[in-house]
Design a protein around this ligand. Structure first.
Ligand code: FAD
Ligand code: FES
Ligand code: FES
Length: 484
């Protein structure tokens, strides 16, 4: 860390753009990409609806060079801090038309009458562009997944979905971005060749952006008071909704060695920085319960940025990965500049949004024991709607039967207490018994004593208790239907 820099570089469409935060006229480092585009770059196609990741009106696309290819991601620009686009190409709705012609995604939306008032349209266009740029044509379920983060109040989704299906068929057709791909990759690689941390210090903010894990750990050691961010899908809301001044940030989003998947004989180790959309796809064959749970986690724009480490460190009682990680007895690897340890996830949470992490530690990975052939793992989420909603309550089960008897059982509920919580008394009531309806029904009665959930805007305590009982029964019936 001999040399430091205070500037970021990125491609705004194909124009190399620099922001030097040391200049007084520059925006602050936690300026969102949305505000930068509208206020500084005067690109007003991108819209603000909610400023909290819910509506998709602010959707933009980033392209990142990876293994000689460009990886395109739709993201909510209202939750993206400017330094997070360093070394990326940033594309907005203004960049799609080329040589006086609309991009095929724009023309297709028009052909299908997919816009009325037009407020949501730039966001939808960018999500459709994301579909166009997928490495292979998406099946219908994935097309829907790509649009769940975009709200439209007036057109209705039918015509937009029809446009999206047509666009999925265009997949792989060249456009101006594929023609200039080699040049774009070489420019991005040139920016990323410098791995010195970006250390921005303004009159009222410090923003630290390392690229190497060792630098991240050193910076953590020097700045234990900094707020860590990975995808900022949780942290950015403190600025955009609570209007807090985020005075010191340690941004891990560019530490590529936190982004990995390692399969070994008995374990799967997942880097804390892996984004949840990549994890959703990657885990489908190996950890299907995790993948299915991620199908109903936020939206594609959120999952493209949100990380596994961020979900764990948020320590929210309704963090959707937590019951599953706890039911699977995952280990959380944490590192400081001079030590590392693995904390069993069941020992990590110390209270509402509190973890056992020390001030100089960061989460670097999650270690999953590989599911055994006879192990049944399921996760369920109850929310007001299927997609794009936070949990009212959730639960994960891991069950092993031997000769029809419950040999091992982990039951972990989210949304029933201040942290995700193991239902130890229920487990004990069922272990050693035959796995049948009678015993499961008897065990559900224990939920009244095991939990005292809150009543809040999402549900009453009574609803939560009843739903928790029903989910245990549902798990039982699913094990009957799907075979053991
Ligand atoms: C619209 C919307 C929908 C959402 N839907 C869901 C949902 O369905 N289910 C759900 O569970 N959550 C949801 N969330 C919450 C959020 O997206 C997740 O918690 C996400 O996993 C956070 O990850 P992140 O990388 O963005 O974390 P960040 O916002 O970057 O950080 C979150 C917290 O974790 C800490 N942190 C991050 N990385 C590390 C690390 N490596 N080591 C130590 N500390 C770290 C930060 O200091 C911060 O306190 C939603 C959020 C939004 C805005
Ligand atoms: S403004 Fe609504 S998601 Fe960003
Ligand atoms: S066209 Fe009006 S909100 Fe979608």
């Amino acid at each position: 860390m001999s040399k430091t820099r205070q500037n970021i570089l990125f491609l705004l469409n194909n124009r190399l753009t620099e922001i030097d935060f040391s200049k007084p006229e520059s925006p602050g480092p936690t300026t969102t990409v949305l505000n930068y585009l509208r206020t500084h770059a005067r690109l007003k196609g991108v819209k603000e609806g909610c400023a909290e990741g819910d509506c998709g009106a602010c959707t933009v696309v980033t392209a990142t060079a990876s293994e000689n290819k460009l990886v395109y991601q739709t993201v909510d620009s209202c939750l993206l801090f400017l330094p997070m686009i360093h070394g990326k190409q940033l594309l907005t709705v203004e960049h799609l038309a080329h040589d006086g012609r609309l991009h095929p995604v724009q023309q297709t939306l028009i052909d299908h009458h997919g816009s009325q008032c037009g407020y949501c349209t730039p966001g939808f266009v960018m999500s459709l562009f994301g579909i166009y740029k997928e490495p292979s044509a998406l099946p219908i379920e994935e097309i829907k997944q790509s649009l769940t983060g975009n709200l439209c109040r007036c057109t209705g989704y039918r015509s937009i979905l029809d446009a999206a299906k047509t666009i999925a068929d265009f997949n792989g057709k060249p456009d101006q971005f594929s023609v200039s791909e080699t040049n774009t990759i070489s420019q991005l690689n040139k920016i990323m060749a410098d791995s010195q941390p970006i250390l921005i210090e303004t009159a009222d903010q410090v923003y630290l952006k390392p690229f190497l894990l060792q630098d991240a750990l050193k910076l953590r050691n020097l700045h234990p008071d900094a707020l860590i961010t990975s995808g900022a899908t949780d942290l950015a809301l403190r600025q955009t909704k609570k209007h807090e001044k985020l005075t010191k940030i340690l941004d891990l989003s560019a530490v590529s060695s936190l982004n990995y998947w390692l399969e070994e004989e008995n374990t799967i180790t997942i880097g804390a920085g892996i984004d949840l959309e990549t994890l959703r796809k990657r885990s489908r064959p190996h950890l299907p319960a995790l993948s299915r749970m991620l199908d109903v986690f936020g939206s594609k724009q959120i999952r493209n940025k949100a990380t596994l480490g961020g979900n764990i460190a948020s320590a929210s009682p309704i963090g959707d990965t937590l019951p599953l990680l706890m039911a699977c007895e995952a280990g959380v690897k944490v590192q400081s500049a001079d030590a590392e340890r693995v904390i069993p996830i069941n020992e990590l949470f110390k209270g509402y949004r509190k973890t056992d992490l020390k001030a100089d530690e960061i989460i670097t990975a999650v270690i999953f024991p590989k599911p055994l052939a006879q192990q049944l793992i399921r996760a369920y989420k109850i929310s007001k709607r299927d997609q794009m909603d936070i949990s009212t309550l959730s639960v994960a089960f891991s069950l092993r039967l031997v000769d029809g008897l419950v040999d091992k059982l982990n039951i972990v509920y989210g949304g029933m207490a201040a942290t995700a919580q193991k239902a130890t008394s229920l487990e004990s009531a069922l272990i050693g018994k035959p796995w049948n309806e009678e015993h499961v029904k008897q065990a559900t009665a224990g939920i009244n004593d095991a939990f005292s959930p809150l009543s809040d805007v999402r549900a009453s305590a009574e609803f939560r208790i009843q739903a928790a009982k029903n989910l245990l029964l549902r798990f039982f019936y699913d094990t009957q239907n799907e075979g053991q």
